[in-house]
Write a protein that binds this ligand. Structure first.
Ligand code: HEC
Ligand code: HEC
Ligand code: HEC
Ligand code: HEC
Length: 150
């Protein structure tokens, strides 16, 4: 901790031209922040309900799916069972990091070596529900209408 002069003294002594410059710098900084903000990597804590109803499915065949983190967390499922960011085959995503929507990587239009959006969801969601059921444990729904409500 170095000894510094009180802030208000420094401000009082600052000439008007310098104040104006400071205002311009601030404006530029805020603009850059807003521009980058539009490309923010995503939230870090889950919402109570995450509606899965991508508008990229045109036209939609089924109703939206309401995903809730809480019952999954209560069932002891770890975040990395669902969230991933693969680098050379290893999942480097860790709890507390921003979460990108599945659609950022798995798109509706199939691409080589990448599950399309519908199959990414069905494989992860239904896949686990089926497996858990086969093990005779409490599981989530596997019937279409129990996930796709309305
Ligand atoms: C059973 C699967 C699953 C588990 C387990 C899971 N998530 Fe998610 N999470 C999802 C899905 C699906 C979404 C929505 C993704 C999308 O919109 O494309 C999501 C979205 C999120 C989001 C974005 C905001 C939101 O709620 O939509 C955050 C943050 C998040 N999860 C954090 C976590 C953390 C932290 C954990 C562990 C404590 C966790 N998740 C466990 C499936 C899961
Ligand atoms: C465990 C939950 C779950 C079950 C069970 C399930 N789905 Fe889905 N399905 C999803 C999710 C999640 C999506 C992605 C929704 C989105 O983001 O719009 C999806 C997407 C789809 C889509 C693409 C979006 C659309 O509406 O056109 C179709 C079609 C679909 N499912 C059909 C089915 C059919 C048919 C069944 C039953 C054989 C079924 N699903 C069972 C979770 C489920
Ligand atoms: C940052 C990009 C990215 C995001 C976001 C992402 N995935 Fe993936 N996912 C991948 C890649 C890349 C692979 C292929 C990994 C491989 O083959 O080694 C993959 C593989 C998968 C697989 C195959 C099994 C596995 O886990 O390896 C499923 C199922 C899947 N993703 C579902 C989802 C779902 C559901 C979400 C959203 C909760 C999601 N992914 C979010 C990039 C992503
Ligand atoms: C790793 C395993 C696993 C994955 C992945 C998983 N689930 Fe589940 N899910 C469960 C288990 C276990 C339960 C039962 C919890 C209970 O009843 O105590 C459950 C319960 C549910 C329920 C009923 C509880 C509620 O919230 O109404 C729904 C709906 C559901 N899951 C949807 C989904 C969707 C959609 C996905 C994919 C985005 C998904 N699950 C991925 C294991 C999983």
């Amino acid at each position: 901790m170095g000894v510094q002069p009180p802030v208000q003294h420094a401000a009082k002594r600052r000439p008007a031209r310098q104040k104006c410059q400071t205002a311009v710098y601030l404006l530029v900084a805020v603009s850059v922040f807003l521009l980058l903000g539009a490309k923010a990597p995503g939230p870090t804590t889950p919402k109570p309900v995450s509606p899965l109803d991508s508008r990229s499915f045109q036209p939609r065949e089924k109703g939206p799916v309401l995903f809730r983190h809480q019952p999954h967390e209560a069932a002891g499922i770890t975040c990395t069972a669902c969230h991933h960011n693969y680098v050379r085959g290893r999942n480097i995503w860790r709890e507390g990091q921003p979460v990108a929507a599945c659609e950022e990587c798995h798109q509706v239009q199939p691409r080589p070596k990448m599950l399309d959006l519908k199959n990414a969801f069905h494989r992860q969601c239904k896949g686990c529900h089926l497996k858990t059921r086969q093990q005779g444990r409490r599981a989530g729904p596997i019937r279409c209408e129990d996930c796709h409500r309305s």
